[in-house]
Design a protein around this ligand. Structure first.
Ligand SMILES: Cc1cc2nc3c(=O)[nH]c(=O)nc-3n(C[C@H](O)[C@H](O)[C@H](O)COP(=O)(O)OP(=O)(O)OC[C@H]3O[C@@H](n4cnc5c(N)ncnc54)[C@H](O)[C@@H]3O)c2cc1C
Length: 560
């Protein structure tokens, strides 16, 4: 059914993306008296990573004198291998407890024991620090709680099915955006006094990923196009124990983490030997090895011919009793049984999958980009986690950075008027309406080609030759796009949406590959086979900007 499109929208604050970061930004801007448009290419509060998160949220709750934000901060900096932007990492750790308690007051339902928050231990944290909602329910509960808050605030207009394709600039300021209304196929303009990018990460660009269909780095491309900078785009985190085999239907590939938090589990190679100790860490049935080291170790075991049958490692809970497994997994044990999996009798196979992006839009501690009126929040932001993110920090950053971006955008919008000048929007409308795709245009094949390039040559292990090959392939794909573009105007035009995604992914993929090529060392999630080991001279961030259509990469001192 073709729906009536909104042709022009206006509000004090435009928030693009309605995951945890976007919903919190919208709530905060509205609390500060601003009118808000919360736009999402998917359903409001149901697209992106937040609703899929199943594990934990890292936060230093001082309850019982067990923890303090400075401990969390120290662990975050250590995991980031010297590259964290200290101001925003500190913000994450210091404001995290307030956001977690606010979510608690809103009824999220953090797991509790004898009235106190249950806190799980996770790798890289020096003490149990991760709250969660049982069972595998953290992200759905966070999303549902924020959606319930949104519903109570009339000043927030929620517009789903709206794919933002470009930011609008007036006198060097961000004054809104151009978008495609997917269900009608019509271009839409949105005037806003301030704009927040809360579009999440980029992991759909990889063949093996934990992403939903709308996570391919839109916010990074939008920010670049508007003149903002990106930072540390080379740092893509692979989640080491993504499900590989046997076949698992109706469950998320990263679901093994909560079992690891609660029961440890043993990570074994194809010969059923422990192997993590060979790579400078320890595991031995306790869940202590960080994601970058575990990813490295599994890929190296497979390369050495010691992988599991499907090319990963075994994760075994066979030493646990059925009763222990049921306490840890609750109803999940029945869902596994429906998939024919009995953890008391069999080990499952796991392997790394692209999961999170540490790089992103460069912001200050107010979440402001260098473009006036443009802010970013959540996984769209780079720098807080440096070269490697600790488990649980991503939901915290979405909530904290979302609130701060909402506050800052509300402040900026108070000083500016939402501009409805049609002229600044006409270019993007024209771009969307133009084009004529040839009948044999097969965007799905091009997306697959791009994902294979990213996985094979810009994945967990990189070399100069591979990165140069990837850059060549990404640029060739990008060069082919202009003559393939379908014109807007058709309802639910999947080919046009794919074309727009390819436009974004070729640009963002180029950022990741170019930054990875420039960084001639191995650090955290960025591992160069030809430059093993950390080089102290590379204790630098890399900023990326678009100058006259070409990417410029510049090393920068890490902000203290
Ligand atoms: C399967 C999975 C499990 C995870 N588990 C955990 C966990 O347990 N703990 C943890 O801390 N972290 C976890 N993470 C990471 C964490 O969930 C994310 O980093 C975080 O939720 C990101 O929140 P966000 O609001 O920034 O983005 P998202 O929640 O990804 O939301 C982004 C939104 O932007 C929209 N969007 C994108 N582009 C556009 C556009 N052009 N126009 C309009 N809308 C757009 C998308 O549709 C989406 O709704 C997990 C990630 C995944 C994928």
């Amino acid at each position: 059914m073709k729906t009536t499109p909104p042709q022009h929208l206006a509000a004090d604050v435009l928030v693009i993306g309605s995951g945890g970061a976007g919903m919190y930004a919208a709530i905060e801007a509205a609390r500060r008296g601003r009118s808000v448009i919360l736009a999402d290419r998917s359903l409001i509060g149901r697209g992106g990573a937040t609703v899929m998160a199943q594990m934990t949220v890292a936060v230093a709750l001082e309850e019982g004198g067990l923890d303090r934000p400075e401990h969390h901060y120290a662990d975050t900096l250590a995991a980031g291998r010297g590259l964290c932007d200290q101001a925003i990492a500190r913000l994450l750790c210091e404001e995290g407890p307030a956001r977690i308690r606010e979510m608690d007051a809103w009824g999220v339902g953090w797991a509790r024991e004898n009235g106190a928050y249950k806190r799980a231990f996770a790798p890289g944290h020096d003490r149990p620090r991760c709250v969660y909602v049982d069972f595998l329910n953290t992200g759905p509960a966070v999303s549902k709680t924020l959606r319930a808050q949104l519903n109570r605030i009339p000043a927030i207009r929620r517009v789903g099915d709206l794919l933002v394709t470009a930011l609008a600039l007036g006198d060097g300021e961000c004054v809104g955006a151009g978008a495609l209304h997917l269900s009608s196929g019509q271009p839409v303009s949105i005037a806003a006094g301030a704009t927040v990018l809360a579009t999440g990460g980029l992991t759909r660009m990889y063949r093996r990923n934990s992403a939903s269909a709308n996570m391919m780095g839109d916010g990074y491309a939008l920010a670049l196009g508007a003149g903002a900078e990106l930072i540390d785009m080379e740092f893509v985190q692979f989640f080491p124990i993504g499900h590989l085999a046997p076949r698992l239907v109706g469950m998320d590939p990263i679901m093994w983490d909560p079992f690891r938090y609660k029961l440890g589990g043993r990570l074994l190679n194809g010969r059923r030997e422990e192997f993590i100790h060979r790579y400078g860490s320890r595991d031995e049935g306790r869940y202590v090895v960080t994601r970058d080291v575990a990813t490295y170790a599994i890929v190296k075991e497979v390369a050495a011919g010691r992988g599991s049958p499907h090319g990963g490692a075994y994760l075994s809970f066979e030493h646990c009793s059925e009763a222990e497994l049921r306490v840890a997994g609750g109803p999940v044990i029945d869902r596994l049984a429906a998939n024919g999996i009995d953890l008391t009798r069999q080990a499952i196979e796991v392997a790394p999958i692209a999961h999170y992006h540490m790089g992103g839009v460069r912001v200050d501690a107010r979440m402001a980009t260098r473009v006036p009126g443009l802010y970013a929040a959540g996984e769209a932001v780079g720098g807080a986690n440096g070269a490697n993110r600790l488990s649980g920090n991503a939901i915290t950053e979405a909530l904290v950075f979302g609130r701060v971006a909402g506050e800052s955008a509300a402040g900026h919008a108070r000083r500016t008027v939402a501009r409805a000048d049609a002229a600044v929007f006409s270019r993007e409308k024209g771009r969307l309406m133009e084009g004529r795709a040839p009948s044999d245009f097969n965007p799905a094949a091009m997306v697959e080609q791009l994902q294979t390039t990213m996985q094979d040559d810009v994945g967990p292990f990189r070399t100069r030759a591979g990165l140069e090959r990837a850059l060549g392939q990404l640029r060739a794909l990008r060069a082919a796009l202009p003559s393939l573009k379908p014109a807007a105007g058709k309802a639910y035009d999947a080919a046009l949406a794919d074309w727009l995604d390819l436009d974004t992914m070729t640009r963002v993929g180029e950022c990741v590959a170019a930054a990875a090529l420039a960084r001639t060392e191995s650090r955290g999630a960025h591992q160069r086979e030809d430059f093993p080991g950390m080089d102290p001279q590379w204790s630098l961030n890399q900023a990326i900007a678009l100058e006259r259509g070409a990417l410029q990469i510049e090393p920068r001192a890490v902000p203290a």
